[in-house]
Design a protein around this ligand. Sequence first.
Ligand SMILES: C[S@@+](CC[C@H](N)C(=O)[O-])C[C@H]1O[C@@H](n2cnc3c(N)ncnc32)[C@H](O)[C@@H]1O
Length: 271
Amino acid sequence: MRKHPPDRSESSPFAAALLAQAGGVATVLVLAFALTQTTQLGFWQFPLVPALIQGMAAALIALWQRAPRWWLPIHLGFAPLAVAVHGLDIAPGWFLAAFVLSLLIFWRTDQSRVPLYLSNRRTAVALVAQLPAAPIKLIDLGCGTGSLLRHLAKARPDCRFVGIEHAPLPWLLARISTRGLANVTVRRGDFWQEPLGSYDFVYAFLSPAPMPRLWRKACAEMAPGATLVSNSFAVPDIEPASVVEVTDRRATRLYLYRIRKRRAAPSFLAP
Ligand SMILES: C[S@@+](CC[C@H](N)C(=O)[O-])C[C@H]1O[C@@H](n2cnc3c(N)ncnc32)[C@H](O)[C@@H]1O
């Protein structure tokens, strides 16, 4: 299957974050050099001070990079927290275990730009109400722990439900929890590699970053009349066929896009 080129907006934020942190370290080193030349101050005597300066410099660089606001406290706190935790004398194995656990749960969120959070029950009920009376086939792109699939499969035993998940732990939970449901298939893999042509409904609860790419994939592969449902994240500049307001606490919105007709393949898909 041909691969869709990623948007710049989909690129990993790791490089920019690393640059901000490196800039913070460089600032501290320059400052330390200047101070040792001009004063007798013991710059490294209290490591929390250079760590705080490093954090502030990194946060300022992130601000200049126009990084999303939630990166600022991460940059600000990273080095000071590392110094503070170092003083607690925790065995290194715990850090490794925490890293492995978060990797198993979140997998390559840095690349996918899609963390794990789950559709709630009211959203599942609202989605069931959107399904036609006739049996259909639906795929949940990035099915997480399979909680949405479980609800759908029980509500509509006449329909077929497929889930694809790349993060190992959520995938395992989804596999185990849907074992008794004959109309659910859960696979481990990358949904970008899944052809969407055989699905009447494609459900996605992702993030703003992959929506333009998902729309291109949907238009290129989904059959006319099929429906792309996006939980919370609209496709930029595309008018949805309808929007369902879910009456939950977070005021979830389901954006429904009807695939009208197969569009001419974008130039990057040309053979
Ligand atoms: C926000 S969660 C939604 C979970 C589920 N669909 C729901 O609505 O409850 C998104 C999931 O997509 C998964 N994911 C992200 N990119 C993926 C990819 N390229 N292939 C497979 N799964 C992916 C993440 O690991 C995460 O579990």
